[in-house]
Design a protein around this ligand. Structure first.
Ligand code: BMA
Length: 339
């Protein structure tokens, strides 16, 4: 029984491998990584940066599939165990509110978050420049697009899994039109998933080298007795390009624009061949977690080198303790984020 409580449903069938005896890291990798290989379905060269959720005693997910014409799109996948996935060969057929086809030009880095009885797919897409798209579904058959929440440029948006203070709450990372050399995490709220406001700064890149260029929201925040547990990505610049690592923070439960604790070190950084070598080398990019309230277990799904999907594990006591022991929260992190 964990000491830190996961305030979410039980998920006894969560994918899991015990921590290797000689491992003292906060996250450990699934030994058979990567769980999705290259050329996973006809016309798709690579799947990575993808998100999963429990569904009907099994698992479902939205997957970034890089087509063989180079354009990313979102595909639906299903799995009995959260590890072995099969994919619909057709792209997700997004509709507008009138039931007419409304496919984005491109769509990448999808997240999948259930709020009440609805699942939301959130992704990055063209809106006269890169910005965020959202669709809702109740049955994973009909996906209805909602109003785009933000003007360009913005990437890396993810919803909280419940309303906070009666409002839908979303993290995002405003950016520029290219491979943005800056970026902080902001929070926005909406009464209806249409009008977004009350924007707050949550946290910025830091003077720690592993996250000194930019950061971005990763998996949907996990509600715990110690605050919202956020796995995010932090980016450093090298003479060979960006390196993406996984970071961790705890946000205030009632005012998640305030950071309670923020880990000064990365939780996981590219080390394995499938993280260091690929279409874009040295990328660990978290987009989703599964968690089991009963055991405290957490499974993190992350994109590897823009080429594969990897799985890593932790438990809530271990990762929260690690964040607290390596706390690097600054006074600006604790600010409410208004100016
Ligand atoms: C970011 C996003 C991610 C990608 C990363 C590394 O800007 O485009 O989808 O994984 O770059 O290429």
């Amino acid at each position: 029984m964990s000491q830190v409580k996961l305030l979410c449903p039980s998920l006894p069938n969560i994918p899991w491998q015990d921590c290797p005896a000689d491992c003292s890291a906060p996250l450990w990798r699934y030994r058979e990584n990567p769980i999705i290989q290259r050329n996973p379905l006809p016309g798709v060269a690579r799947i990575f940066n993808s998100a999963v959720a429990p569904y009907q005693n099994a698992f479902i997910g939205v997957f970034r599939g890089e087509q063989i014409n180079g354009i990313p799109y979102i595909y639906l996948g299903r799995s009995d165990d959260g590890i072995h996935w099969s994919f619909d060969p057709e792209k997700i057929p997004f509709l507008d509110k009138n039931g007419q086809p409304a496919p984005p030009v491109y769509a990448y880095d999808p997240r999948l978050v259930q709020v009440d009885d609805t699942w939301y797919v959130i992704w990055c897409q063209d809106f006269y420049g890169a910005s965020i798209g959202i669709a809702e579904t109740k049955d994973f058959k009909t996906f209805t697009r909602l109003e785009n929440p933000f003007i360009p440029f913005n990437r890396n948006a993810v919803l909280f899994p419940r309303k906070i203070g009666g409002l839908y709450t979303m993290l995002s990372r405003p950016s520029d039109s290219g491979h943005t050399p800056f970026g902080d995490i902001f929070l926005s709220q909406s009464p209806d998933m249409e009008f977004w406001g009350r924007h707050r700064h949550v946290m910025g890149k830091s003077d720690r080298w592993w996250e000194s260029v930019k950061i971005g929201g990763g998996a949907a925040p996990i509600e715990t007795s110690e605050g919202w547990l956020l796995f995010y990505h932090g980016v450093t610049g090298t003479c060979n390009g960006f390196v993406y690592s996984i970071g961790g923070a705890l946000l205030d439960i009632h005012e998640p624009n305030k950071v309670l604790h923020r880990c000064s070190t990365f939780l996981l950084t590219p080390e394995e061949w499938y993280e260091e070598r690929g279409f874009v080398p040295n990328v660990c990019f978290p987009c989703a977690t599964l968690q089991d309230a009963g055991s405290g277990r957490i499974a993190v799904y992350y994109g590897c080198a823009d080429s594969y999907v990897g799985l890593a594990f932790t438990d809530v006591d271990r990762v929260v303790r690690y964040i607290l022991e390596h706390d690097g929260t600054s006074s600006s992190d604790r600010e409410p984020g208004t100016r």
